[in-house]
Design a protein around this ligand. Sequence first.
Ligand SMILES: [Zn+2]
Length: 177
Amino acid sequence: MQPLIILGRDGVLLEPVAGGLLSVSGLCIIPGSLEAVSRLNHAGYRVALTTNQPALGEGRLNIETLNAIHARLAEGLARVGGHLDALLTCPHTEASNCDCRKPGTGMLREIADRLDTPLETVTVIGDDTADIEAARAANAMPLLVLTGHGIATRADYPEVPAFDDLDHAVSWILTQR
Ligand SMILES: [Zn+2]
């Protein structure tokens, strides 16, 4: 079975934007992150992405713009030989109490179902509390990156392995095989 890594989007691949990324022009890739996905792909890993986008539910972001942002991300990945096996978005606001919004486990379970992979074997890489809590609640293994909100998050999770960025986390994963 091909191993599966599930990444957060903002703070892991993309620089977080206060209030959410609302335009293609605001997209800013964290250096080395797309190449890191490609290295995982070429080492035989499947890579999926989850993202909370409450701006959709609030009406500040429409689905066409979100799709354009994700198309641009996919183009950037393709240029370095990478791809995503799944990309799930929670469009709900916190008040909706859905189970897909991280730290809910809905998106992790959906990806694991689709890709027929037990969550106990999955590594989740994120920069914030929601990613780590979702991983734990789903019995996956969390890793923290110190990009995005990672430095602030680290103090609350000293026991979670932490890496400067996705590039460093991937290098560690590939040495663990
Ligand atoms: Zn949701």
